[in-house]
Ligand binder design. Structure first.
Ligand code: 5RP
Length: 221
């Protein structure tokens, strides 16, 4: 295991303390979330089950024998646990490196609490070094790219050969300096053809479990 994977595993282990017994929890997508699913499997008897933020996560949960619920049959999720591509000091995030941003945002919307798990390479002063993923209806791809360039000046690049679980495409926007993530999240979502964008700022993380060489740091905004 690489040193970075070891940090991911440590935060995944620390996240188990945030799992609420006898409830349904939300589970994110990506390599850190995968470590969390593997830890969750060890205590699967203590929860009712999980709602998955992607097909890949649903498959991994099921492979571990963890019951997976359709979100439409669930009124409340106690806690949503997921990774991130970037986190700023206020716990605004960039997510969607794995392309699951829309389902992640939907599952999060139903959750009472958001625990973000990541290694310390994801900590930044200002969001935007990681290209911001935007899920777009395929026919709107060129229009949305032009609008983004006009309004924000970034460089939108189509994620090659990638289709989301919802049948859409992703534009990764390079070169943004995101000083007002809430305003940018709202404005991007107002462009016709955008399904959602990878800024998790309107609804940000409540807790950030950050893996460092000195152990897991618990950060709250
Ligand atoms: C997927 C995500 C992931 O949480 C994000 O990309 C981080 O992934 P990893 O844990 O593999 O670094 O938003 O859509």
């Amino acid at each position: 295991m690489t040193p970075q994977d070891q940090l991911k595993q440590k935060v995944a282990q620390a996240a188990i303390a945030h799992v609420v017994p006898d409830t349904i929890i939300g589970v994110g997508t990506g390599s850190t979330a995968n470590f969390f699913i593997d830890e969750l499997a060890k205590i699967k008897g203590t929860i009712e089950g999980a709602v998955a933020s992607s097909e890949a996560t649903a498959q991994r949960l099921k492979a571990h024998g963890i019951p997976v619920f359709d979100l439409n049959s669930v009124a409340e999720i106690s806690v949503y646990i997921d990774g991130a591509d970037e986190a700023d000091p206020s716990l605004h995030l960039v997510k969607g490196g794995g392309g699951a941003l829309t389902r992640e945002k939907i599952v999060l919307a139903v959750a009472k609490k958001f625990v973000c798990i990541a290694d310390d390479s994801k900590k930044v002063a200002v969001l935007g070094k990681f290209p911001l993923p935007i899920e777009v209806i395929p026919m709107a791809r060129s229009y949305v790219a032009r609008e983004i360039f006009k309004r924000f000046g970034g460089e939108p690049v189509l994620r090659d050969g990638f289709t989301t679980d919802n049948g859409n495409v992703i534009l990764d926007v390079h070169g943004l300096k995101i000083t007002d993530p809430v305003a940018m999240e709202n404005e991007l979502n107002g462009i016709v053809g955008v399904v959602t964008n990878g800024l998790f700022a309107v609804r940000k993380a409540d807790v950030f479990l950050c893996g460092t060489a000195n152990g897991v740091e618990t950060i709250t905004a």
